[in-house]
Design a protein around this ligand. Structure first.
Ligand SMILES: [Zn+2]
Length: 155
């Protein structure tokens, strides 16, 4: 039987990174103590976010290296859309070029010509097959010529 009543407790936690942060922990005394103990082994929120940003930047650099051989067109949109879509496009293309199936598929090239930043953002969470289908649609949508076959390596 747990003693006392569950309550919201404000606790100052000294995190593993050396920063103090106030947490509101809800529960019985023993649960609060356990949660507080666990929190002390973690990073504070600021360090957690900073670490994530470093990791994101590292991933983006890795993706950009993986697709450095591609001659990519400039994206079109607002500054914020372009910056976000550039990261999305790099990660998407890096994944596609790493996949032996999609790399051999000329369809992966049809997305290279899509310059609408919003399009990249809108389709960021599609799985590879769904994404390639959308890219094919976008590449052939109402055009006079087939845009499906674009060489990936432009010397
Ligand atoms: Zn910290």
């Amino acid at each position: 039987m747990a003693s006392g009543t569950p309550a919201a407790m404000e606790q100052r936690i000294m995190h593993a990174c050396g920063h103090e942060q106030v947490h509101v922990i809800y529960g019985f005394d023993a649960q609060v103590a356990r949660k507080a103990r666990w929190l002390r082994t973690t990073q504070c929120r600021a360090c957690f976010i900073a670490d994530k940003q470093v990791e994101q930047a590292r991933m983006t650099a890795e993706h950009e290296t993986a697709i450095a051989h591609l001659d990519l067109p400039e994206l079109i949109g607002s500054d914020r859309q372009i910056s976000w879509a550039t990261t999305i496009r790099a990660s998407r293309l890096a994944a596609l070029t790493h996949d032996p199936v999609t790399t051999a598929d000329a369809d992966s090239a049809s997305c290279l010509h899509i310059t609408d930043a919003k399009w990249w953002i809108d389709h960021r969470s599609l799985p590879p097959e769904g994404f390639l289908a959308k890219a094919r649609e976008a590449g052939t949508g109402g055009g006079t010529s087939q845009v499906a076959h674009i060489p990936i390596d432009i010397a």
